[in-house]
Design a protein around this ligand. Structure first.
Ligand code: NAP
Length: 333
């Protein structure tokens, strides 16, 4: 019988890529969602996504009883918990929802595995985040970096991360956290900066609103290609023992680099920068037209240290490394 995997957050960027990877590997994939019709439509909108090959199930993942029943009846080989209120900015406005989905849901799943006496059989992956780390520990960060989240999203992910360690130590669960740095694709949610830049640049080049307005252009991020990261998730559950792993490219780029690369790639436009901070502007070198400006409303001071991951442990233990460079990522988006 082929292996069975449950994915929470099947409609997410990562959930959809992971489902495709697991199907290719011969798994049966059971995807949990909130709304069957919307989820089916969203998945169908992803080019080449085999919607009919996965079993979709509407489930309230924050309900311990529903999760208990699901795990008891399906007895999955692997559970990937990807569902999340995944926006740090939104978490400040919605801390309760964020903690409920991001921390209580993984707790419910691990409890369900334990109560069903499946600790020796069912492996659990938690999508953790670089947002769990303090921004004062220096760069790059690795699995030993002290936790110090700065928003409810980071705090909820930190709690889930600690619970994973606790279930591993106290109940012998095969539970692993992947500490994920930013990863992108054309399936990324529209609310994230990379998609906002991509769409705004496309509009500006097509005669729409110009200049493109952004926050701090000097903010730096470690950006990778989403399919690389879901491959890491799968590898984490195939390891000899459950452990936590940083998944990152190890290289940071600024928002300025990102928007510059998008203009070059989408419109063959080269930018020249003038000014600093909120006064900074990007001009088309051939026409002199202002293409990028800073919106004071979105401007936040840059973090004290660069959030960039050291994935040596994932490389040594799992043989994982990213395969797509920053320039290739821009092209793929
Ligand atoms: P995403 O596209 O933002 O999708 C979030 C998923 O969570 C969606 O499937 C959404 O379902 C589901 N969800 C949200 N609230 C829910 C609720 N109350 N009940 C059930 N499901 C709910 O996520 P992603 O970017 O692929 O990220 C996948 C995971 O990795 C997340 O846990 C995220 O926090 C973590 N992560 C991602 C990154 C990154 O750069 N992408 C970095 C670090 C960590 P609906 O379709 O119903 O809205």
């Amino acid at each position: 019988m082929s292996r069975l995997a449950i994915i929470t957050g099947i409609t997410s960027q990562d959930g959809s890529y992971l489902a495709q990877l697991l199907l290719q590997k011969g798994y049966r994939v059971h995807g949990l969602c909130r709304d069957m019709e919307k989820s089916r439509a969203r998945l169908a909108s992803f080019l080449g996504f085999p919607v009919d090959k996965i079993t979709l199930q509407e489930t309230d993942i924050t309900d311990a009883n529903q999760m208990g029943e699901l795990i008891r009846s399906l007895r999955p080989d692997e559970v990937y918990n990807l569902a999340a209120q995944s926006s740090p900015a939104r978490s400040v406005q919605n801390p309760r929802e964020t903690v409920l989905v991001n921390a209580i849901c993984p707790l419910n799943i691990m409890e369900a595995i334990r109560e069903a006496a499946l600790a020796g059989t069912t492996r659990f992956f938690q999508a953790s985040s670089a947002e769990i780390f303090t921004d004062r520990a220096g760069a790059p960060q690795n699995e030993q970096t002290p936790l110090g989240p700065r928003n409810p999203y980071g705090a909820s992910k930190a709690l889930a991360h600690c619970l994973v360690g606790s279930y591993r130590a106290s109940h012998g669960l095969f539970a692993s956290s992947g500490i994920l740095y930013n990863h992108e694709s054309d399936r990324r949610g529209k609310q994230f900066v990379t998609m906002k830049i991509r769409d705004a640049v496309a509009e500006a080049l097509a005669g729409g609103p110009c200049p493109v307005t952004l926050g701090n252009l000097s903010a730096r991020r470690d950006w990778g290609w989403a399919p690389d990261y879901v491959h890491g998730m799968w590898l984490a559950l195939q390891a000899k023992s459950p452990e936590d792993f940083v998944f990152a490219t190890g290289t940071a780029h600024t928002v300025r680099d990102f928007v510059e690369a998008m203009f070059r790639r989408m419109g063959n436009v080269t930018l020249r920068w003038e000014g600093r901070g909120v006064e900074e502007k990007g001009y088309d070198t051939s026409t002199g037209k202002m293409m990028v400006a800073v919106n004071q409303e979105f401007f936040r001071p840059a973090e004290e240290c660069v959030m960039v991951g050291d994935c040596s442990k994932a490389l040594q233990t799992l043989g994982w490394r990213h395969t797509v460079s920053f320039d290739e990522l821009i092209g793929l988006m």
